[in-house]
Design a protein around this ligand. Structure first.
Ligand code: URA
Length: 280
């Protein structure tokens, strides 16, 4: 005898297990459909004519070497998508320019599934920039970083050292929401990294704070977890920066919401950030 059809509850559970945790509209949208209306190849809708990207460079490499295609130290292996991101980011001369360049950039696969581009919030002339992992559901809806529950905790931690979004700039290592809030992949990070680096160059902050493990790995080019990196300071520079910034890592606010026992340490870390800002 055939199995009975799954109940609506089973179907919802199946979607949740696959990372679909919200509905965003009444009508389904096929975000993989070819934008020009071409018929996609069977089994790979919309991807039929997409070039297969070469493996990206390790995210940290493009920061630790000189930037620019004319630079003899530039690695010959930077793949086409990362190179396109790099070229678009490098051409931007201010944050509005960079925002427009990102909006026009189609190289990051996350753009296909996200509702909004999430660029920055705060003051572009801030002395401190905080960079998280990637937008969540609320950020995707509003197009602003850290506006959900972890953003509210971040605001409280900033307030504890006299900071808010008028004197900080907040962003992420990827600019579109990873589906189901999964960690961004190496490819997604690598394609967004030129924009992140250009963002830091244009802001030219005294202090860079990585929020959580993926941001710390990407920005500090370290393999250790936040538990080991927190409380330590590292020089952060790219050849486009007029002077190096001081960078550190703290636990991600979402982790703190799940692990309140670490809040005390993080409050201590924020006092260290305040001291560092005052000393520079
Ligand atoms: N978590 C992040 O890392 N970034 C956001 O913008 C929101 C939640």
């Amino acid at each position: 005898m055939a199995d009975p059809p799954p109940s609506p509850r089973d179907v919802l559970d199946w979607y949740l297990g696959a990372g679909v945790d919200e509905t965003v509209g009444e009508a389904p949208v096929d975000r993989y459909a070819a934008p020009d209306g071409k018929v996609a190849a069977p089994g790979r809708p919309g991807l039929a004519e997409a070039p297969t990207p070469a493996p990206p460079m390790a995210p940290s490499i493009s920061r630790s070497i000189s930037r620019g295609p004319s630079d003899p130290a530039a690695p010959p292996s930077r793949n086409g998508t990362v190179q396109a991101a790099f070229d678009a980011a490098t051409a931007a001369t201010d944050l509005d320019d960079l925002h427009r360049a990102l909006a026009a950039f189609d190289g990051c696969p996350l753009k296909k599934t996200a509702t909004n581009l999430v660029f920055t919030d705060g003051n572009p002339r801030a002395r401190i920039i905080l960079i998280g992992e990637g937008p969540g559901a609320e950020e995707d809806r509003q197009g602003l970083p850290f506006v959900g529950p972890s953003g509210r905790l971040l605001d409280r931690m900033l307030a504890s050292i006299g900071l808010d979004r008028n004197n900080t700039l907040i962003s992420n290592i990827v600019f579109w929401r990873p589906p189901g809030n999964r960690n961004p992949t190496t490819t997604e990070i690598a394609t967004c990294l030129p924009f992140v680096e250009r963002l830091v160059e244009l802001v030219d902050p005294a202090v860079v704070v990585a929020l959580g493990g993926p941001a710390a790995k990407t920005l500090l080019a370290k393999s250790e977890g936040v538990g080991r990196l927190r409380g330590h300071w590292f020089p952060y520079s790219t050849p486009g920066m007029p002077r190096p910034a001081q960078a550190t890592a703290v636990y991600h606010p979402a982790y703190l919401l799940r692990t309140p026992a670490q809040k005390r340490n993080t409050w201590r870390d924020f006092l260290g950030i305040k001291e560092k800002l005052e000393s520079l």
